[in-house]
Design a protein around this ligand. Structure first.
Ligand code: P1T
Length: 382
């Protein structure tokens, strides 16, 4: 490896070397639960597979390298990663979070951690005055998604991290980087303390694995998280680690195409007479377009939009697309379409984060962009 490898090189090589036993270029899937010891406590660095597994070690190192972090931990799902970070909190602590987050994240905050005496407030993190006003003496985390799921708000990471740390250097700024990926945006370099991922999405990239990760350069934070990873055990299996490692190798090329396809689809939707509003950070009409330009390499593969005809017609449209599959999740090579209010964000109904019933979210895949546009065109004009 060169001394300062670039992200494209790290995605293929970081944490991975040809297998010393056979020369296999791909990291082996170490499908084992335990490791033989030469004498009590004398082993080759692995004693039990909840604690560590070489395939997982390779994935953790690769993800850490991509985020520019010193440490990486892989988990069984994005929610398991988020849950592990939340376990760092104590009763009485406060989390300042975005007013738009993945429904599962909100559900874990609201239905589980609130009952442990932790308070969550959801504010407009795109408004620095609102951030300043929302910080409390007991704020431990600022929890950021950017772009947010599903409204694709873009939070100025450098500005919010600076504000939070100036308020209290002990605050940990945690960024869920699932929508952007480290190829488009690097939260740690912008001042965040930890990054979480659902590797299920762009990092895996092929809709064939569920996983999560936490990356940080903060030694103390990492040690607490590593303790929890082993103590609670929400770890990914070696096959799943292999699948994410394989997906990562093409992350940069996939993200280039996701971004290019999504920009073209967003422009098509913005010009379509049946569409009321398109939300895509790459459009100049997006309220935080300038922030997105500043902190992202391209604007990602996710688009949300509303029809002029309203929610009933939105539901009907979802049954008419042929290439865009009606399904939850995102970030795979195939294009998906969904209705967050009824699907991924059901848990926000009745809360201040409630997603409107007519919002349609698409994950723009890697099919030919003209085929994608033609599919939406026929679905929009039945
Ligand atoms: O599904 P899981 O791997 O547990 O990841 C949860 C998660 C965390 N963070 C963000 C920003 C996410 O979008 C998700 C999962 N999201 C979907 C399944 C979805 O369709 O939005």
């Amino acid at each position: 490896m060169p001394s300062q490898p670039r992200l494209e090189t790290l995605a293929i090589h970081a944490g991975q070397e040809p297998d010393p036993a056979t020369g296999a270029i791909m990291t082996p899937i170490y499908q084992t639960s335990t490791y033989v010891q030469q004498a009590v406590g004398e082993h080759k660095g692995y004693d039990y597979a909840r604690t560590g597994n070489p395939t997982r070690t390779a994935l953790e190192a690769c993800l850490a390298a991509l985020e520019g972090a010193r440490h990486g931990l892989a988990f069984a799902s994005g929610m398991a990663a988020i849950d592990t970070v939340l376990k760092l909190l104590d009763p009485g602590d406060h989390v300042l979070a975005s007013n738009d987050v993945y429904g599962g994240t909100f559900r874990l905050f609201d239905k589980q951690y609130r009952k442990y005496g932790i308070t969550f407030s959801h504010v407009e993190l795109t408004d620095l005055e609102a951030v300043r006003a929302g910080l409390r003496p007991n704020t431990r985390f600022v929890w950021i998604e950017t772009p947010t799921n599903p409204r694709l708000k873009v939070v100025d990471l450098a500005a919010v991290a600076e504000l939070a740390h100036r308020h209290n250097p002990a605050i940990r700024v945690v960024v869920d980087n699932t929508f952007a990926t480290p190829y488009l945006q690097q939260p740690l370099a912008l001042g965040a303390d930890a990054v979480v991922h659902s590797t299920t999405k762009y990092l895996g990239g092929h809709s064939d694995v569920v996983g999560g990760a936490v990356l940080t350069s903060d030694q103390a934070l990492h040690e607490r998280l590593q303790f929890l990873q082993n103590a609670a055990g929400a770890v990914p299996g070696p096959m799943d680690c292999f699948l994410v490692l394989r997906g990562l190798k093409t992350l940069p090329v996939r993200m280039d195409r996701h971004g290019a396809n999504a920009l073209a689809v967003a422009q098509f939707l913005a010009d379509h007479p049946a569409v009321a509003e398109v939300i895509y950070p790459g459009l100049e009409s997006h309220p935080q377009h300038a922030v997105a330009r500043k902190q992202m390499r391209n604007f990602g593969g996710m688009i949300s939009f509303y029809l002029k005809a309203g929610p009933e017609q939105a539901r009907a449209l979802l049954t008419r697309t042929r290439l865009f599959a009606l399904a939850e999740s995102l970030g795979g090579v195939e294009s998906l379409i969904e209705l967050p209010a009824a699907m991924t964000h059901g848990s926000t109904q009745g809360s201040p984060l409630e997603v409107g019933p007519g919002l349609i979210r698409v994950s723009v895949g890697l099919e030919h962009v003209q085929d994608l546009i033609e599919d939406l065109a026929q679905a929009l004009t039945p």
